[in-house]
Ligand binder design. Structure first.
Ligand code: ZN
Length: 128
């Protein structure tokens, strides 16, 4: 079990480095979009909004990775943060940063979907 966690730790560190370098690349793209006419600015405002959303997701993953590494160091890694059951090693190998077992994850995601469905989309108006 412990040997598997060492392998997963390496995967997590590698993944985090990849996400961090992806963030840097996106920042350069945004800087290039700043100059241009009004149409370009409208596009770049939309792109900035989109990249903000994507960056948000990446940051969430980096946060989850940091938490997972923390749990490995503390020795609590591999247990569901919600119900305390062991998370299957196959699930950990597929998504090493997961915090919850399949059942809890599904439950949480269902609740999240309901929350997002209630938030009105900010760019719906541009269609009219
Ligand atoms: Zn659970």
């Amino acid at each position: 079990m412990e040997n598997n966690f060492i392998a997963l730790k390496k995967v997590l560190i590698k993944r985090r480095a990849k996400l961090l370098s992806a963030q840097k690349t996106k920042r350069y793209v945004r800087r290039d979009n700043r100059h241009g006419d009004d149409m370009d600015q409208a596009d770049s405002a939309y792109e900035q909004e989109m990249s903000y959303i994507f960056r948000g997701r990446e940051s969430d993953e980096i946060k989850a990775i940091n938490e997972a590494l923390d749990r490995i160091n503390k020795g609590t890694y591999g247990r569901c943060d919600r119900c305390g059951e062991m998370i299957g090693i196959k699930r950990l190998e597929a998504r090493p940063f997961v915090k919850y077992c399949v059942d809890c994850q599904e439950d949480i995601e269902k609740k999240r979907e309901l929350e997002t469905a209630m938030v009105p989309s900010s760019w719906d108006e541009s269609e009219y």
